[in-house]
Structure formats: structure tokens, C-alpha cells
Design a protein around this ligand. Structure first.
Ligand code: COI
Length: 361
């Protein structure tokens, strides 16, 4: 059952519960959490209920909660930006909640009431508005999450779920910032198979990727570039973000065919590039084509896109022991232009032609 009118109560942190705010110039990523969180519960009988903005605190949760055993967990990532005039803006939040509902359907979890949750999100950000950074490029990262909370060990969809939103002031995701990163083209492990859960933002996809990531990192790479599971040939996505290639002035990205995340930054980049009259192509692209294009000089740029990563230029691809520099290891013109444009829209400094930004305060 999906209740449409969800009552949201507010319990503010007492003055002595308020935390000391971190140095805005040394935030890192996801290390600090604000004073409040949003929590609500779902049961098969009651639907969504007990919605509350409350002080940030630990959960008490049964060790038999099904999420610990069978991994029914989905999440989202979006950001709040402090605009030039001090106002606070969210980037395409409804798209995140709609994508969460797609993940929920795939994982047999309950859908969330998008409009009410958007109100809850805005209220949370407003309550913790002093945590939205005002240093260059820093933002308040928001993490809506849903887990199966029913204590039971039989394998089936749970009858109880917990939904919560955390807020965390963040700087750049990569230590390299906006500088090009080195990527390992993964030809042993795979991320997702057709018919699997690759397009759902479910925790298990991330857990399954950690082995490849740590091996790549121990060899000096920031991330992996995933290839398809059947032929180890076609490009899927980069670690935690979508992959883009510029070859012969054409912007190419793998299509949404079930195994990659339908990125909201990906969609925005495609839109901006189309607005600019670029030739854009969502199609399968093989690693061999990329290597060949690097060889004949037609590979101009490679970059990845994501909420955390924003636009991240890739300066080197390493595949089967061979390292292929991309654009001389420098940030390309298109990645730079997309980064500048996207950030200018997100921080309220450029006209928002697509009405992507939602004002909080
Ligand atoms: C995001 O970009 O928001 C993600 O969820 C990726 C995560 C690894 C930080």
C-alpha cells in the first residue's frame, strides 16, 4: 500500500546536541554528517508511516534484519548547492526519487511517495542550512537510503523497511579533484550481467565492485573501467560513474540497456551537448575501438560523470598491460566546458534553461 498523505513530524536537535562544523576547506567526501536526518518506516499493513525529521542518531536494529542477510538495500546521491546570493538549490531531486523507485521495483521494495519525500528533503536541508558549504565547489551531499528492516531469515521480500536521508558536507570525490585520473580497464571481474541488477542503485553492486577497485588502486589507478560481462569487450561504466568518449568530435556514451546506472549527470551532459549542437551518440563502444582511436589520433577525450564525481576527466587508460594516454593526460576542452556549465547551473550562476534546479531557501 502506498499512502499519499504522509504526516512528517519535526524534532529538532537540542543546542547541546549540535555538532562542531568541520573545516570547509578540508571536507573530503562523506566524512561528516549534519545535525539532523529524515527517517520513515514502512510495513505491509501501514504503508509509509512514522516520518520524522530528527536529530542525527544511531539506529537500534535487529541483527536478523533482512538487509544484513540478503542485501535488500537501495540508495541515491544528490547534492544541495549554495548559490551566489546565499540561496540553496537542489539539482534534479525528483529524478533521483524516481530512479529510487525504479531500483525499488527491481529489488521488490516499496516505492516512496516522491512529492512528500521531496518536501522532507527540502525541510532537512533547510533545517541544516548552515551546513551547506560556501567554499568553491563544496556541496551538501544527500544520501536517501532504504533497507529491509524486518527480522526474518526466510528468503522473500521483507515486510518492513526503513528509509532515511543523511546529509554530509563534501568536497571533491577524487583526491585528484578535477585533474585527470588514471583508470584501469577491468578485464577479469565484471560489474553486471544482462538480466541482473546493474541498472538499480543497490548496495550489492557497490560491494561487488570493491575487489576490482582495491586491486586497481593498489596498482596506482583511481578507478576501473568496466567491460560487459559476456564478451569483456564493450564499455559499461567507470567505477561509480558513467563513461563518455569524444572521438572525431562525436560524444559517445554506452546506451542504457539494463546493465549500467541511468545517471542523472549523464542525462544532463547529453542534454547540454545536444543544446550546443554537438553530435551525440548513445551506442555500444568497444575497448578495441577506443584503443584504435587512441592509435590513429581520433580519440580526443574520455571522462566520466556522476553526482559525486561531477565531470571527471580520464588522463590514462591501462588495458592488458598497455597504458594509453588520453589528450596528453590533460583535461579536454569538452570535459572542461561541461564541468563549467554544469557547475554554473548548479550554483545558480547560469540560466537554468531546463529547470533542473529546485530552490530550498
Ligand atoms: C554518487 O555519485 O552519488 C554515488 O552514489 C557514487 C558513490 C560511490 C559516492
Amino acid at each position: 500500500m502506498l499512502k499519499t498523505e504522509l504526516e512528517i513530524s519535526v524534532r529538532k536537535a537540542a543546542p547541546e546536541q549540535l555538532k562542531k562544523k568541520p573545516d570547509q576547506n578540508a571536507l573530503g567526501f562523506g566524512q561528516y554528517f549534519t545535525d539532523h536526518m529524515f527517517v520513515m518506516r514502512w510495513s505491509r499493513e501501514q504503508g509509509w508511516h512514522d516520518a520524522q525529521l530528527q536529530p542525527y542518531q544511531n539506529f537500534s536494529i535487529d541483527p536478523a534484519a533482512m538487509v544484513f542477510h540478503y542485501g535488500q538495500a537501495i540508495f541515491e546521491g544528490l547534492k544541495a548547492y549554495r548559490g551566489k546570493s546565499g540561496n540553496i538549490l537542489l539539482f534534479r531531486p525528483t529524478n533521483n526519487f524516481e530512479r529510487m523507485n525504479q531500483s525499488a521495483v527491481r529489488m521488490c521494495m516499496p516505492r516512496i511517495p516522491v512529492d512528500r519525500i521531496l518536501q522532507a528533503l527540502k525541510a532537512l536541508v533547510y533545517l541544516d542550512r548552515d551546513w551547506v558549504p560556501n567554499t568553491d565547489g563544496a556541496t551538501l551531499y544527500l544520501r536517501p537510503t532504504m533497507i529491509a528492516s524486518e527480522p526474518a531469515l526466510g528468503l522473500r521480500p521483507a515486510n518492513e523497511y526503513l528509509f532515511f536521508i543523511l546529509a554530509s558536507p563534501v568536497g571533491a570525490y577524487y583526491a585528484e579533484g578535477f585533474n585527470p585520473v588514471k583508470i584501469y580497464v577491468e578485464d577479469k571481474y565484471v560489474r553486471a550481467v544482462p538480466g541482473g541488477v546493474g541498472e538499480a542503485k543497490t548496495a550489492g553492486n557497490y560491494a561487488a565492485s570493491v575487489k576490482a577497485l582495491t586491486e586497481a588502486q593498489s596498482n596506482g589507478y583511481s578507478q576501473v573501467l568496466w567491460l560487459d560481462a559476456l564478451e569483456h569487450k564493450y564499455i559499461e561504466e567507470v567505477g561509480t560513474s558513467n563513461a563518455f568518449f569524444v572521438i572525431n568530435d562525436e560524444l559517445i556514451t554506452p546506451p542504457l540497456a539494463g546493465t549500467i546506472l541511468p545517471g542523472i549527470t549523464r542525462d544532463s551532459v547529453l542534454q547540454l551537448a545536444r543544446d550546443w549542437g554537438m553530435h551525440v551518440n548513445e551506442r555500444r563502444i568497444s575497448i578495441d575501438e577506443v584503443v584504435e582511436a587512441a592509435g590513429d589520433g581520433s580519440l580526443q577525450e574520455v571522462f566520466s560523470t556522476g553526482t559525486a564525481a561531477v565531470i571527471s576527466p580520464l588522463g590514462e587508460l591501462c588495458y592488458k598491460g598497455e597504458c594509453i594516454p588520453v589528450n596528453g593526460g590533460k583535461t579536454g576542452m569538452i570535459a572542461q566546458r561541461l564541468f563549467d556549465e554544469l557547475q554554473a547551473i548548479q550554483f545558480g550562476m547560469r540560466q537554468d534553461a531546463h529547470r533542473w534546479m529546485v530552490r530550498v531557501a
